[in-house]
Structure formats: C-alpha cells, structure tokens
Design a protein around this ligand. Structure first.
Ligand code: NAG
Ligand code: NAG
Ligand code: NAG
Ligand code: NAG
Length: 277
C-alpha cells in the first residue's frame, strides 16, 4: 500500500468523529406570549476541533439561514430572526460552545417551522432538524344563545386570534350537532377566527333543560378547551326586550359591537329566565 494513501486515511479518520451533534433542543410546542425560548444545538468537536468550525441554524430548509457563528467571532442573526434574538445570551463559557444556542425573545406564530442545526469543519459536517410550533390559544372564546323564535334557539360559539387552524364543534349529549355550521377566517397575519352556529328545535331537547358544550381545539398543538350553555325549551323569544339590557355595562367587549349585541341578548335572556322561574 502506498504511503500517501495511508496518510490520507489517517487524517480522514481523526476527523470523522470530530463533529457530532449530541442533542438538538427545540421545544415542540410554545404558547404565544412566552417570554423567550432557547434552541440549543449541543455538539462535540472531538479532542482537537478541526479548523474552520462553523455553526449554522436554518429555518424551513437549506435556504433559510437565520443564524451563523464562526468562533471566536460574534454570532450573526440573519433574515427571519433579525431583531428577535438576545445577542448577549451565552449557553456555555467554553469558547467553542458559547454561542451555539439561540434565545428568541417573544416568539411569534410566524416562527413556527423546522429548525436545522448544521455544525461543520473543513472536512466534516453534522446536522439535525426539529420542528417548533408557536400556537395561540386565542382570546374571547364564548358560547351563547339567541332566542328569536318560538320552539327554536340558535347556539353561537366563537373565538379569535387562534393558531394554527382550529376545530370547533358543538356537542349535544356528548355527540357533535350535525346542524352546526362553522365559519373560519384567517387574517393577514395568519391568525384564525372561528364561529360555529347551530339551530336547535325544542323537540330535540328531551329533558327540561339541556347543557350544550362547545369544544375548541388546536389539533396540532394538543390544545382543547370548552364552554357550556344551558337551554330551557318552551321559553318565549326574548329579542323584543333586548333594548332593556343595553345599559348593562359590558366590560372587555367595548370594541366588539356584534358580540356586545349578542351578549346583551344573552343577558336579557337570562333576565327573562329569572322572571319565568
Ligand atoms: C418540516 O419537516 C417535516 C418532517 O420533519 C416535513 O414533512 C416538512 O415538509 C418540513 N417543512 C418545511 C417547510 O421544510
Ligand atoms: C415553515 O414551515 C411550516 C411547515 O413546516 C409552515 O407552516 C410555515 O408557514 C413555514 N414558515 C415560513 C415563514 O415559511
Ligand atoms: C400530542 O399528544 C400526543 C398524545 O398524547 C403525543 O403523542 C404527541 O407527541 C403530542 N404532540 C406534540 C406536538 O406534543
Ligand atoms: C370540558 O372541560 C373540562 C375541563 O375544563 C373537562 O373536564 C370536560 O371533560 C370537558 N368536556 C368536554 C365535553 O370535552
């Protein structure tokens, strides 16, 4: 065997264990409003780290470089993460490890996606990918009734500022109401609002009253919440006395007049319930 081949083989072999990602720490789920989230790429460089050690983070594939660190220089934040990273954050005091992690401040839903860490020397490279979902449990989730006709009630469930795509169902005795109709909207930031309505006939309520459940979930975020409303069949429509309730103060709802109207309706409905019983 030729001497030079031996030599090359030896060099390659000392390098081939040089760079190795031990653990990629990217939280799978982050709730919107979380103060900060740290993505860590824990690697080993072997006994004598090869020259040209470079650490890079990519978002959603190889074209989305978001972070680059070439020790001993300062790290650089690029593209999507610009202005969102705590530049003073150091995960380790070791010169070849210090800036391997990214501390993202106030992560938004737009930062949901795949994060890839690539560590390389001149000869070797290792990479790993994990996905992170920044979900928004939404706000103003409410479930109420509109009683405009005798024998009929409209159940209305709504929520807004949700991410990712929500699912909303109205349950009657534990089963989804087939008559329910869902309206889903997405704003220019990608946030969803959803409203589900169902018309229920008094004949379908077989007990003196029924508790309906509205279930809101974000399947990809493993997130589920619900609200309930109780309907008493046989009541007269209450819409005609809606005006009485207008003076009732509606905290938290001042900038949402359609909801205000419906809440007022519900209020007057409850008032009329009190009168009946
Ligand atoms: C993110 O990764 C998953 C699998 O890990 C893949 O199916 C998906 O296409 C990736 N998305 C992007 C935008 O790269
Ligand atoms: C990144 O990829 C995810 C899917 O993996 C996608 O939902 C998201 O919109 C992508 N983000 C950007 C900014 O391209
Ligand atoms: C959601 O929950 C299921 C079952 O508990 C689990 O297998 C899955 O990993 C969870 N998904 C996420 C993103 O945490
Ligand atoms: C509604 O949420 C409560 C907890 O808040 C839970 O105990 C109950 O099982 C949920 N109901 C349905 C129908 O999902």
């Amino acid at each position: 065997m030729d001497y030079s081949i031996h030599f090359v083989f030896l060099i390659l072999c000392s390098k081939c264990i040089a760079v190795n990602i031990r653990r990629l720490d990217v939280p799978a789920l982050v709730e919107l409003g979380t103060e900060s989230v740290t993505l860590d790429c824990d690697y080993s460089t072997g006994v004598t780290p090869g020259p040209g050690l470079v650490l890079k983070w990519f978002f959603n594939g190889s074209t989305g470089l978001v972070y680059q660190w070439i020790p001993p220089m300062q790290p650089q934040v690029i593209g999507l993460l610009k202005g969102k990273v705590d530049m003073s954050f150091k995960i380790s005091e070791e010169p070849l490890q210090a800036y391997r992690a990214i501390k993202i401040m106030n992560p938004s839903t737009l930062l949901s996606g795949n994060y890839t860490c690539v560590v390389s020397t001149f000869l070797e490279e290792d990479s790993q990918t994990k996905s992170m979902l920044v979900y928004s449990p939404g706000k103003d989730f409410h479930f109420h009734q509109e009683k405009k006709y005798v024998f009929l009630v409209t159940l209305i469930c709504a929520a807004e500022y949700l991410y990712p795509r929500p699912v909303m169902t109205i349950l009657s005795k534990g089963k989804p109401l087939k008559s329910a109709v869902t309206d889903m909207r997405m704003d220019s930031w990608g946030m969803y609002s959803v409203e589900t309505q169902a018309l229920v006939h008094d004949d379908d309520v077989t007990s003196p009253w029924e508790e309906f459940v509205c279930v809101l979930s974000l399947p990809l975020a493993n997130y589920t919440v619900n609200r309930t409303t109780i309907y008493y069949p046989g009541l007269m429509p209450t819409a005609h006395i809606a005006a009485i309730g207008v003076e009732k103060p509606q905290e938290h709802q001042a900038n949402n007049s359609p909801t205000l109207g419906r809440c007022t309706l519900l209020l007057t409905f409850l008032i009329s319930l009190n009168k009946v019983f």
